[in-house]
Design a protein around this ligand. Sequence first.
Ligand SMILES: [Zn+2]
Length: 99
Amino acid sequence: MKKNNEMNEMVCPHCRKKTSRGASECHGCHATIQYGPPSWAFPVLALESTIAGLMASKFSHEVSFFIPWLIAMGAFAAGCVFLEKIFYDRVQFKLGRRG
Ligand SMILES: [Zn+2]
């Protein structure tokens, strides 16, 4: 098995310095490094899950009132897994002046 160091190294788009994956800050320019789904993804997902639950409540309220909630929670859980997967390789360098 070949050891792949490139997988664990990222190049900062701002200062072109190499930073190891997992670091929270660039050593060169101190840009904040963010991994995974963007912060807006979860509120959007929560909204969509609520809509899914509301839609489900139109059809299932005769059956049981908690089924829409189960659908909403299921949609949210599935969405979280989905977001983690599609944004797994997403790394963002945020350059902001601090201090
Ligand atoms: Zn940098």
